[in-house]
Structures are given as C-alpha cells and as structure tokens.
Write a protein that binds this ligand. Structure first.
Ligand code: ATP
Ligand code: MG
Length: 285
C-alpha cells in the first residue's frame, strides 16, 4: 500500500520541486516503486525529469476535470521504477473549473484509490499556493513534507500553512500528519543560515530532518538538462545530501547503511566463492 506524501509550502521557490524530483529518484533507485504527481501548472517536476511539457496530451488536468483513467495519464521516466503524472499550464484552468465541481476536494484521492497497491510511495509536488490543487493533494495525502529555504523570511507564512493543515485535518482528511520539515539551500558562509535552522527547529522541533540540503549550483543546473541530480552529477555534495535525506526518510541510519552494505558485500563474496567452488567441482568431475 503506497504512502502518499505531499510536498507543500505556499511560499514560492523553496525547493519543493527539487526535493520531489530527487527524493522520488533516490527512492526509485533504492528499488521502491514510485509515482510522482506534478500538480503544479508550472510543470517544473515534469520538465525537470526531461519531459517536454508542451508535448503532453493527457495531464493531471484531465484526471481532475475529465475523470480520465489515471493509467492513461501515467508515463514512464528515465529513472527505473519512477512513473509520473505530468502537468503543464492547462492545469491553471482546473483551479477555476474545480470550484463548481462536486466532491472538488477529493478528485485526486478518488483517482489514486485504484493505484495504491501498485506503488510504495506516491509523491505530490504542490504549487506555491493553498488553492484547490493543493487542497486536493492534502486530501489525498497521508502526510505532508515541508521544504523550507534557509533565508531571512523562512518562517513567514508558516502559521498560514499550519492553519491550512489544521483546517484540512478538521474537515477533509483527519489522519493527515506532518511527515517532516526539510531545510534547503543552506549557505553556511552566512550567519543567517544557522539562525534560520535554529528558528525552524524551535517551531517544528523533532519534525526537522537532520539532513540539510546545501545551496549547490549543480542542483540549479540539473533541471535545465532534464535530469535528477543522481543522473546529472552523482558525485556532487547535493547528490550525496539528497541520498542521505532519502535514507533518513526511510529510517535508514548511515551506520545501518554501512552495515547493510557490508552484509550485502559479504553475501556477494559468499556467492562468488560458492560459484567458484562449483566451477572448481565441475572441472574436477
Ligand atoms: P515553486 O514554488 O515555484 O514551485 P519550488 O518550491 O518548487 O518553487 P524549486 O523549483 O525546487 O522550488 O527551486 C527554486 C529554484 O532554486 C530552482 O531554480 C531550483 O533549481 C533552485 N534550487 C533548488 N534547490 C537548490 C539548492 N539546494 N541549491 C541551489 N539551487 C537550488
Ligand atoms: Mg515547484
């Protein structure tokens, strides 16, 4: 049964899409089956995965407005195990058209019901607003992941976001929880970054992830090449941090990961030894 996580913060440019693409990629590379839903008319998660927004025939718009079959929307990506519901500017119309639709807050949830057994995680990349598209995401989600940029106005608007989460919990989706808060674009050369990190930790306490994503030029470049950071520059610090973050979200600690690698390596060595032995036996016979 898939866990559905909405990446949400109504503030623009805080790293929602970058986190959605790279978390989805590292989860998929770890062997999980992933669906990424681009519910933002900007279509940045779509283009960031190398898909031409203008070529899309069926998008999240058709899912929400025409009740299209979700499988007719779904497309594969360059990342194995990662499927996408793409979007483009057409989706802007959906926000208006949904206003008069019956069950308008639950359209996405309804559409996903038949897909939950096909995936381990469904990630939803929300637009920078708290309109009906975001409400659809929060209605469909089990949890909300909040990226926060390490900048002066980081906390501004967060009480509005928390209010919206509480309203959704009271009226639409009582089981919605905050998955966690991810600090992004940290620049440790400035005193401000540490101040913001401390402020955010005071506000969200243990919900803040230990992994912090640094400001890194390779992350800013990657969408222009339509690639996740794992494919664009897997040795960059940004790639390492998004992989660390993915493991943190999965509850895998670094030490455990090393142990797991050692166990896997030993198994691999054992298998090789067995193979060598049986080859040897074969030769003797
Ligand atoms: P929007 O609210 O418009 O949807 P967003 O919250 O999805 O924005 P992103 O699109 O992920 O934010 O990031 C905003 C810009 O910052 C993009 O150009 C992205 O490439 C860049 N960016 C994101 N994270 C980093 C980072 N850690 N280092 C450098 N640049 C980054
Ligand atoms: Mg975005």
């Amino acid at each position: 049964m898939a866990k559905v996580i909405a990446l949400c913060n109504q503030k623009g440019g805080v790293g929602k899409t970058t986190t959605a693409i790279n978390l989805a990629t590292y989860l998929a590379l770890s062997g999980k089956k992933i669906l990424l839903i681009d519910i933002d008319p900007q279509g940045n998660a779509t283009s960031g995965l190398g898909i031409n927004k203008h070529d899309i025939k069926h998008s999240v718009y058709h899912l929400l407005i025409d009740d299209a079959d979700p499988r007719s929307i779904m497309i594969g990506t360059q990342v194995p195990n990662l499927s996408l519901f793409p979007s483009n500017l057409n989706l802007t119309g959906a926000e208006v058209e949904l206003v008069s639709a019956i069950g308008r807050e639950h359209k996405l949830k309804k559409a996903l019901a038949g897909l939950l057994n096909d995936f381990d995680f469904i990630l939803i990349d929300c637009p920078p607003s708290l309109g009906l598209l975001t409400i659809n995401a929060l209605s469909a989600a089990n949890s909300i992941l909040i990226p926060i940029q390490c900048e002066y106005y980081a906390l501004e608007g967060l009480s509005q976001l928390v209010n919206t989460i509480n309203l959704v919990k009271e009226n639409i989706n009582p089981s919605l929880v905050v998955e966690g808060v991810l600090l992004t674009m940290a620049d440790y050369r400035t005193k401000l970054t540490n101040e913001v990190i401390n402020e955010v930790k005071k506000f969200f306490n243990e919900k803040v992830y230990t992994t912090v994503i640094p400001r890194n030029i390779r992350l800013a470049e990657a969408p222009g090449f339509g690639k996740p950071i794992a494919m664009y520059d897997k040795n960059s610090i940004a790639a390492q941090k998004y992989e660390d973050f993915t493991n943190e979200l999965l509850g895998i600690k670094k030490a455990e990961k090393t142990e797991q690698n050692i166990v896997e390596q030993n198994q691999h060595n054992d298998n090789n030894a067995n193979e060598l032995e049986s080859i040897g036996e074969g030769e003797i016979k």
